[in-house]
Write a protein that binds this ligand. Structure first.
Ligand code: ADX
Length: 388
């Protein structure tokens, strides 16, 4: 039995082949305007159609956006913390139907389309709790228009093809086929260090199976590149997990780095994938010092009605006194005895800056990262403006 979707029912809206063909024709004949969107927006649009964002039927309207920012809930009271928006360069002249494309490829149809504007400052304060442009989410927001389209989305197809990328229906089917009743999802934007592995395995000892669910897509410069994350996880699972305990599925998603609000959003996405539990460790979805390290755990107290259970963990590290890998909840020794696991140390090592990556990573994971041509997102590489 996989978990019920958020709001009770998986919202899936995929155009049938003939409807998609008709939309193509209408676009070719200039009857329907086309909006070509960047990858981060394309992913959100696709998720509105596949049900990852159930029960949303389209990008939020102004009332929905205002409610989410003010209360962390949709107007009907359902928990929702990260607004799903469709930014556009200018307000739309009344046009009921809009085609959405990405990279010239048709992605979705938006019916009942309507535009509105919403102040950047109000959005940044509500979502990120800051207007500081040093925050990558704020920076991206400021680089995009403050006009948004709303309406009802139906998708033509996902704008990417990747056998590891399972949509909610596929993930639910895969979980059901394994017969797991309790499934913990692990969100990550990184290649796994030993701290990540310990968090995952501590959770796995409480449930039937683990969904390892790295996010791929636009990231900050210096973050692990998609190919590196996938190669690293495949190596970790092959060498360090008992067979039949883990499902690896990727999800295209632009990190917001919104800390606590994004942790709840991540949990809702995984509920829609069919998971019953969601892992939250230290500084989940955080960036720099913008959020207290455990704010992303505390926020779940506001959502007893979330419908997916958070599994919260302290930081895992190696303790010299304990002589083992342990965590803040069970180890009494001071920070001076601790050797934290660090993606930054791995990055330094792999970019020739020295140090000892072996203390942070499994050797097979290190080898997998070494086999990838470009393991990190370069400042100028394929990223969207404002995400670097
Ligand atoms: S995140 O932006 O996706 O949260 P990351 O991939 O680093 O970043 O973390 C994935 C999950 O692992 C998060 O829940 C995070 O809190 C947790 N985590 C990362 N490192 C540790 C650690 N050393 N100890 C405990 N939890 C950790």
């Amino acid at each position: 039995m996989v978990a019920e979707a958020h709001g009770g029912r998986l919202r899936r809206a995929v155009l049938a082949a003939e409807e998609a063909a008709r939309l193509e024709r209408e676009v070719a004949e200039g009857l329907v305007p086309v909006l070509d969107v960047p990858a981060s927006v394309a992913y959100d649009v696709a998720h509105l159609g596949t049900g990852l964002y159930s029960p949303l039927t389209g990008p939020l309207d102004e009332a929905g956006l205002a409610a989410v920012l003010a209360t962390g809930r949709l107007p009907d009271g359902l928990p929702w913390t990260v607004p799903i928006l469709l930014p556009v360069a200018e307000r739309l002249a009344a046009s009921d139907r809009v085609a959405i494309a990405h990279g010239g490829r048709l992605l979705a149809r938006l019916d009942g389309a309507r535009s509105y504007t919403f102040p950047h400052a109000e959005l940044a304060r509500g979502l990120y709790g800051t207007l500081d442009p040093a925050h990558p989410g704020v920076r991206r927001l400021l680089a995009q228009p403050d006009t948004y389209l709303t309406g009802t989305v139906a998708v033509v197809a996902r704008p990417w093809s990747d056998p590891l990328d399972l949509d909610p229906s596929e993930t639910r089917a895969a979980l059901a086929a394994r017969g797991w009743r309790k499934v913990a999802a692990f969100q990550t934007r990184n290649a796994p260090h030993i701290g990540h592995e310990y968090v995952q395995k501590t959770a796995l000892s409480l449930v039937d199976g683990l969904l390892l669910n790295p996010v791929l897509g636009p990231k900050k410069a210096g973050d692990f590149a998609d190919a590196a994350i996938v190669a690293a996880y495949e190596a970790l699972i092959r060498h360090y997990y008992p067979p039949g305990t883990v499902l690896l599925g990727t999800v295209r998603y632009a990190m917001r780095y919104a800390g606590p609000r994004e942790a709840v959003h991540h949990a809702i996405m995984r509920k829609n994938l069919g998971c019953t539990h969601f892992i939250v460790g230290r500084d989940h979805a955080g960036v720099g010092d913008f959020y207290p390290p455990y704010a992303a755990q505390a926020i779940f107290a506001d959502y007893p009605d979330l419908g997916i259970e958070p599994l919260c963990f302290g930081e895992f590290y190696h303790c010299r006194r304990c002589g083992t890998i342990t965590n803040e909840r069970v180890c009494p020794h001071p920070p001076t005895d601790r050797e934290p696991f660090s993606g930054t140390a791995v990055r330094r090592f792999l970019t020739g800056g020295g140090g000892d990556a072996a203390a942070h990573l499994r050797p097979e994971v290190l080898a997998a990262l070494g086999s990838v041509a470009e393991p990190f997102v370069a400042p100028e590489a394929g990223n969207e403006p404002g995400t670097a």
